[in-house]
Design a protein around this ligand. Structure first.
Ligand SMILES: [Zn+2]
Ligand SMILES: [Zn+2]
Length: 289
């Protein structure tokens, strides 16, 4: 089984020669089981390349797409996902229920006549919609999913995925709680303010987490719904994470800046004598689990 990253960028796609290493597409990751079941998390522009890759193989025609929330960067690739237009496919969109509009309305909005030539009701695959809630357990065969609410500007789910004794967390948009006054966060304040989430992540194999800001830039962006790398490093220590994967990068950060953030985050772990592996997600990164 494996995890593959198809889009790693937050907010808006940023193609160009300064984002070649970490990629310019918005969030999409694929989880593939040993039985070739396909679970997709978020449908940013990265899902377009995933769709094209699927058409080249004999893929399972039942595809589950989990949506953390409906901000544009997490759904804007859906109209360009080619398996949507293949007759035999059965595609289920699974997402947060705490919205006045249902999932179908939210997704069809971006495909109405004003925005896109094909309406969602005209696609050839069979599509369906499943609402899920925060603080719940769900079973999808061998794959178990637990949900929690993120601290973000719109209702947003955190997904904890467990399969064959391996656990990974998908947390694309989340603002870790920090104190208002301190210049840089301390490990004690991170513990005090985030204890519920720390316990939720405890001992996980992989934490894929929003690292939109290089601290201390997050200080002036309080309430914007994203995290800084120092808070995230302390959080990972407290949660005893084995592998931290930085994700959902600021579109204004080029490859060099993200290299610096990775280096700075690793330095925190080595200064604290913690054996936590830290990388930044790159497009096409494949992790065999
Ligand atoms: Zn986002
Ligand atoms: Zn968002």
């Amino acid at each position: 089984m494996y995890l593959k990253f198809w889009g790693t960028r937050g907010s808006i796609p940023v193609p160009g020669n300064k984002t070649l290493k970490y990629g310019g597409n918005t969030p999409c990751i694929e989880f593939r089981t040993d039985d070739n079941e396909i679970f997709i998390f978020d449908a940013g522009t990265g899902i377009r390349n995933l769709g094209k890759a699927l058409l080249k193989e004999n893929y399972n025609d039942k595809i589950k797409i989990f949506l953390s929330h409906y901000h544009w960067d997490h759904i804007q690739g859906i109209p360009f996902f080619q398996p949507l237009y293949e007759e035999n496919n059965k595609i289920i969109f699974i997402g947060e229920s705490n919205h006045e509009k249902g999932i179908e309305n939210l997704l069809s909005g971006q495909m109405n006549d004003n925005y896109f030539p094909v309406n969602i009701s005209q696609v050839k695959s069979t599509i369906s919609f499943e609402k899920i809630e925060t603080n719940k357990h769900y079973d999808y065969g061998n794959l178990k999913i637990q949900t929690l609410s993120a601290n973000h500007s719109s209702p947003t789910l955190i997904f904890k995925i467990t399969i064959k004794n391996k656990t990974f967390l998908y947390v694309p948009d989340n603002e870790l709680f920090i104190e208002n006054n301190n210049e840089s966060p301390s490990i004690s304040e991170i513990k005090k303010l985030n204890i519920n989430f720390i316990n939720f992540c405890k001992g996980c194999d992989y934490l894929i987490h929003d690292s939109f800001y290089e601290e201390p830039a997050v200080k002036s962006k309080k309430g914007w719904g994203h995290s800084g790398n120092v808070s995230l490093a302390y959080f990972s220590i407290l949660a005893e994470v084995k592998n931290l994967i930085l994700f959902h990068f600021n579109p204004d950060y080029d490859d060099d800046k993200i290299d610096d953030i990775v280096e700075g985050t690793r330095l925190i772990f080595s200064n604290e004598n913690k054996n936590i592996n830290c990388i930044a997600a790159t497009e096409d990164l494949k992790i065999i689990i």
